[in-house]
Design a protein around this ligand. Structure first.
Ligand code: GLA
Length: 472
């Protein structure tokens, strides 16, 4: 075994998390890594997972708390076997799942897996519908610690049916694999009031996939109404996984990626890295490795931050379903609109040819279909999520009485963002003097001494932010 691996194992032995009690699962937002934003489908295999596990340890991320290594879609074969069991893809996982889980556990990490409440997963692998108990038994046999349960290809599109699907897997896990962190992935905010505080539900996705900055804005605005549903005895709203700036299937600008992370910490959101820990650039290492920021996410009060000042327009959360124009994943959107445009071109050419050979009716039909395709592409574009040019201040109360304040500038240009006396009041900061620390810069500001003091900060455009910790 190479020295690096031995060193990683030795490090991990010291870092092995203690066995978890059921009542402790999901008390704080989950911290770890997920394959989807990084390697999508093709990169999911046993060798990659083990190297990611070593990367989490060697980069020190596991010591900082990132202990879940979650394998997303595409680890499974397209069909269940004769017994209705999930079958690991034999090319990607030739020895099955359990040996991989054992090795990941030996490194002091926890292992997460992905499944789906429908007949198929979103990437067309076998789903768990009507086989929940069988699959929960497999999850127990494989000793997994976390299950992300997605929502594609279920006939239950409405709330009642969706919740029944999720309850069936929750009950199966309670029976066979009670120590599994259960993470719902239904992309809609109504899950929060429906499952928060219910036994066995630990987090739930509230919005569409964050694979572009507009989705991060949408997720943040959706979170505004959901703070009552988060907490150690309730579970956590999940605005989706992190998007880095290093290699990965999806990336953001450095400014946007850091804003996502700092905002997610103020929102007490699960923090699942979407970039390979061994190949992260210096910016991402700094973004995700700052212990003072992670501490805000993992604050024991488990309070989700709320906006205490906002110039943003009113926002109504959308009910998402897979492939609705506003929640269609970016890569699906690009393939789909590309196909439609190609179809429109073929139809238009056919219309001209048909007209040329004296088939006016067929030409008219082809022309109408071409116009229809172009119109549909236009509809898809119109309903894509958009970022409003506005500013916000978010506040999260912390266990020692301090408050984390995040100043966010969603607009394209730099702007001065202010938190005046009313804003500080809303953040619960009513007494003076207040000491102000800029968290990432590790710099103290002049204290706010009286009722007229205002905290003002110039914040970069294109999604910039500045994080403060304010207290007595
Ligand atoms: C959905 C989920 C994503 C990811 C993919 C996998 O889009 O929302 O997070 O799990 O499916 O196919």
């Amino acid at each position: 075994m190479p020295h690096r691996c031995l060193a990683a194992l030795a490090l991990a032995a010291a870092a092995t998390p203690p066995p978890r009690q059921r009542q402790d699962i999901g008390k704080l937002p989950a911290l770890g890594y997920n394959t989807w934003n990084d390697v999508r489908c093709d990169g999911v295999d046993a060798t990659t997972i083990l190297s990611l596990a070593q990367g989490l340890v060697q980069s020190n991320f596991s010591q900082k708390g990132y202990t879940f290594l979650n394998v997303d879609d595409c680890w499974q074969a397209p069909l269940l076997n004769d017994k209705g069991e999930l079958v690991p893809d034999s090319l990607k996982f030739p020895d099955g799942i359990r040996p991989v889980v054992d090795k990941v556990h030996a490194l002091g990490l926890r292992f997460g897996l992905y499944a789906d409440r429908g007949f198929y997963t979103c990437a067309f692998r076998a789903g768990s519908r009507h086989h929940e108990r069988t699959h929960a038994k497999q999850f127990h046999d494989w000793q997994i610690d976390y299950l992300k349960y997605d929502s594609c290809w279920s006939p239950n599109l409405r709330r009642k049916g969706a919740l029944e699907d999720y309850r069936r897997m929750r009950d199966a896990l309670a029976e066979y694999a009670p120590n599994v962190h259960y993470s719902l992935c239904g992309w809609s905010s109504w899950y929060a009031p429906a499952v928060s505080g219910e036994e066995g539900y630990h987090s739930w996705r509230i919005s569409a996939d964050c694979d572009e900055f507009a989705n991060i804005y949408e997720a943040a605005r959706t979170m505004e109404q959901l703070s009552d549903y988060a907490g150690p005895a309730k579970g956590y709203n999940d605005p989706d996984m992190l998007v880095g700036t290093s290699t990965g299937a999806v990336t953001l600008t450095p400014t946007q990626s850091r804003t996502q992370f700092d905002l997610w910490c103020v929102l007490a959101a699960p923090l699942l890295l979407g970039t390979n820990p061994s190949r992260m650039n210096a910016w991402d290492l700094e973004t995700y490795g700052d212990s003072d920021v992670i501490e805000i996410d993992q604050d024991p009060l488990g309070k989700q931050g709320t906006p205490v000042s906002s110039t943003c327009p009113p926002h109504t959360p959308k009910d998402n379903w897979w492939c609705s124009p506003w929640s269609m994943p970016r890569d699906v959107f690009e393939v789909w609109t590309g196909l439609l445009r190609a179809l429109a071109a073929v139809l238009l050419t056919s219309a001209l040819l048909l007209r040329g050979v004296g088939r006016p009716c067929a030409a008219a039909v082809a022309f109408i279909l071409a116009i229809g395709s172009v119109g549909y592409v236009q509809v898809l574009h119109t309903y894509r999520p958009r970022v409003a040019a506005c500013q916000q201040v978010w506040a999260k109360p912390l266990v020692d009485g301090d408050v984390a304040l995040l100043f966010v500038n969603w607009a394209p240009d730099d702007a001065a963002v202010a938190c005046d006396a009313a804003c500080l009041d809303r953040a619960g900061l009513t007494r003076r003097p207040l000491y102000v620390r800029e968290v990432r810069a590790r710099a103290n500001r002049a204290p706010l001494v009286d009722g007229a003091s205002v905290l003002v900060q110039r914040v970069g455009g294109g999604g910039g932010s500045v994080l403060f910790r304010v207290g007595l």
